[in-house]
Design a binder for this molecule. Structure first.
Ligand SMILES: [Zn+2]
Ligand SMILES: [Zn+2]
Length: 754
């Protein structure tokens, strides 16, 4: 096929290569004879672009010769294609559905390190630098002569000798405290040399826990029910908090792996704790590859390659693990499917749950969505029969869901010492009781920092971020005003910048101030705070959770980070200090988010035999989101919320599809003009080509009108049908649209309208 005798003049062959850039088309390159075997659809190639080289992906071969002379492909670093045909197809689907250029869609499918042209073969595989002694210096005299001017080198030499003549560089530098210069000196003196040896790079290798307990009857029922459902029907496991959904996933995946197939388990980043990894490894051992954002480039590439070669069968990870090159893929589990973190915030703006559904269709795999608080989108699919639901309505061991006391902050008696802090008598009493019984407490306040903002009591001025239309948050450790959107920081001013008044008032409660208050109120308690400010270092939040699990903490307080997946049987009191922090945001999902957050954190209580109780403090005790969360009832929430998103109210998902065009520019007028251009283009397309199937809203300033120094305007489109939305989003992505493309981003199925 590729041959031809020595006398046959070969016709040049061409391949279509997609580059990881925001350009809506592929480029044609000539395939050099030497690379014909390696250049196949899905393979990575190095190609010249202007005066540099880049890594691209082959999407088609034996394409017709282009009109202009084609440059040759420079290299094809891999022995086998990086992407399967199905994954290329998935990339095309993402590009088309989300209006992203194919190059950027495909870029998301491979680990970043595999796009580096400086190292086209990817990070060196499982290699570790080792230093080896090459010369023996048997006599003392020889040693003294060799190291007369360099006593440190002698220390290094003898350390290596003591280690049997060779040791990993890392060990010598990190553990023994030798300097690189000393070791380099040994090499320069020809007493030693560096060499690279293979090493398995798996930071989770030590984690394992005993095999999981046997399944309850309810769990077994779900497993067999799913086994009896055709694989092409997606499954929703709607199980209350503490019902043991993870055990069901693991049992299902065990069956998949036992039959020689592969699977993906998606979990929100925040829930990817060592405990989770250990549970999965307890079942699958070395068959698991964990794809965590904390991995180095090399570790990530190693995990990716092990999956690609079929050496590992199960991929566990957050959002991007939906692209794991698992071989013979038979199942994708999306745990906590309602989580907003499954949505990618940059191009391509995909939602991992929806990509999982698309990928499963392409590869004939089964999708299992799980949640205690499913998204309304998924509930709607379940209602209309497009998703098959299995429920786990009870906790393991028939433990009851904890009773929830809703406390009205407007009228409930407050603790006198609390002053401005919403700390009521009933919550205070419950926390005191739990501490007296050596039980643990979780306090949720979904707002970090010390105070929400700084306000001048005289003129009312509030300090805003100079780059974003957002108030600055007061932080005490370290002391500063900080923007939670762009990171801008400035000192807390001594006086008002407008009227000069010297006393500035802090308003609103943040986790730092809550911690401060709680530690004064309960001086004997061991307290830890968990929010973005305390968990910025690698594994920091796991260390906090470990202390909680070991009983070394009495009170864990924090933002939404503490609401997810934690399972501490000794937690008997959960307090939601202020349930209203997100309730009034100008976003149609504000109620849904609040419901999910309160219901999830309520589920952290009473997981052990001592039971538990939840206290929800709110100024809106009758809000359906709060009421439904207090009743642990998804059905009650859906019944209240779904009509609010349907006519005669403005329609919102799941009743309609939604896409958002955001125009962003440093110049306010240009942002507005770009948005007006988009809106005009959309309205024209709607009347001329779509028969008015779209509702076009805007342009209007975004609720967060300015972000990181750039102004933001948006246009929303809605339609009960997916097709007209898809058509304009695709047309936009192909770049046939208005000139202002560069400043406008399109976000289909947005998770936030802020
Ligand atoms: Zn003032
Ligand atoms: Zn800012």
């Amino acid at each position: 096929m590729s041959g031809g005798g020595p006398n046959v003049v070969r016709e040049p062959r061409y391949a279509e290569v997609v580059l990881p850039v925001p350009v809506p088309r592929a480029y044609t390159y000539e395939v050099p004879t030497a690379l014909v075997e390696r250049v196949v659809p899905g393979s990575r190639v190095v190609v010249p672009v202007q005066r540099r080289q880049v890594v691209g992906l082959v999407v088609a071969v034996d394409v017709p010769a282009p009109d202009v002379p084609a440059k040759p492909i420079a290299a094809a670093p891999d022995g086998e294609p990086a992407l399967s045909a199905a994954l290329i197809e998935l990339g095309r689907w993402i590009g088309s559905y989300y209006g992203a250029p194919l190059g950027l869609a495909l870029r998301a499918l491979l680990p970043g390190a595999l796009w580096s042209v400086r190292r086209p073969a990817g990070p060196p595989e499982q290699a570790e630098r080792v230093i080896v002694l090459t010369q023996v210096l048997p006599s003392l005299l020889e040693r003294e002569r060799a190291f007369r001017r360099a006593p440190q080198r002698r220390v290094g030499y003898e350390a290596l000798e003591a280690l049997g003549g060779s040791a990993p560089l890392r060990h010598l530098l990190d553990r023994l405290g030798l300097s690189r210069a000393v070791l380099d000196g040994l090499v320069k003196q020809r007493l030693a040399r560096y060499t690279d040896v293979p090493r398995a790079r798996d930071p989770f290798a030590d984690l394992s826990s005993p095999p999981p307990p046997t399944l309850t009857e309810a769990q077994l029922g779900v497993v067999s029910g799913i086994a009896g459902t055709p694989a092409d029907i997606p499954i929703l496991i709607h199980g209350v908090t503490g019902s043991g959904k993870t055990l069901v996933y693991l049992e299902l995946l065990r069956g998949v792996v036992a039959s020689g197939q592969g699977a993906i388990l998606l979990v929100p980043e925040i829930a990817l704790t060592p405990q989770t990894v250990a549970r999965v490894r307890g079942v699958f051992g070395d068959q698991v590859a964990v794809l965590h954002s904390g991995l180095s480039d090399g570790e990530r590439a190693d995990a990716w390659r092990a999956l690609r070669r079929g050496e590992r069968r199960v991929a566990v990870g957050p959002r991007s693990a939906v692209f794991a090159p698992v071989q013979r893929l038979a199942a994708i589990v999306v745990d906590e499917e309602h989580e907003a973190s499954y949505k990618q915030g940059t191009v391509p703006r995909y939602h991992a749950r929806d990509v999982a559904l698309a990928r499963a269709r392409l590869e004939g795999a089964r999708v299992i969505l799980g949640s205690a608080t499913p998204s309304l989108e998924t509930l709607q699919l379940a209602r209309t029969g497009r998703v098959c639901t299995f429920t786990l309505p009870e906790r393991i061991g028939a433990r009851p869901l904890p009773p929830v006391d809703v406390i009205d902050l407007r009228s409930a008696p407050r603790v006198a010492e609390a002053r401005g802090i919403p700390w009521t008598e009933p919550l205070d009493h419950a926390v005191r009781g739990a501490l007296a019984r050596s039980e643990q407490v979780i306090l949720l306040l979904n707002r970090r920092g010390f105070a929400t903002y700084l306000q001048c009591p005289a003129c009312g001025d509030v300090r805003d971020c100079p780059h974003c239309a957002i108030t600055l948050t007061v932080h005490q450790t370290p002391r500063a005003l900080r923007c939670h959107y762009c990171g801008h920081e400035e000192p807390i001013p001594a006086a008002c910048r407008v009227c000069g008044k010297e006393i500035q008032r802090m308003r609103g409660l943040g986790t730092q101030q809550l911690e401060h208050f709680v530690s004064r109120r309960f001086p004997e308690a061991r307290i830890a705070r968990m929010d973005l400010d305390t968990t910025s270092t690698k594994w920091a939040h796991h260390r906090i959770l470990e202390r909680m699990a070991q009983g070394k903490l009495d009170i864990l307080l924090g933002t939404q980070m503490i609401a997810k997946g934690l399972d501490f049987p000794n937690v008997t009191v959960v307090g939601v200090v202020d349930a209203d922090t997100g309730l009034h945001l100008p976003d149609f999902r504000a109620g849904e988010r609040t419901f999910q957050l309160v219901a999830q954190v309520a589920g952290r209580a009473g997981r052990g035999p001592k039971g538990g109780r939840v206290f929800v403090q709110t100024r809106a005790p009758d809000h359906p989101a709060i009421r439904a969360a207090a009743a642990h009832s998804v059905a009650a929430f859906a019944a209240a919320e779904l009509p609010l998103r349907a006519p005669p109210n403005p329609a919102y998902p799941p009743h309609v599809g939604l896409a958002r065009f955001v125009a962003v520019h440093e110049d306010e007028r240009l942002a507005q003009e770009a948005a007006e251009g988009v809106a005009a283009w959309l309205r024209r397309a709607n009347t001329e080509r779509l028969g008015g199937a779209l509702t076009v809203l805007g342009p209007a300033p975004c609720p967060i009108m300015r972000l990181k120094g750039r102004w933001r305007w948006h246009v929303l489109i809605k339609s009960p049908e997916a097709r007209p939305i898809g058509r304009v989003v695709r047309a936009w992505g192909r770049g046939r649209a208005v000139a202002a493309r560069g400043t406008v981003v399109v976000d289909r199925d947005p998770v936030s309208l802020l």
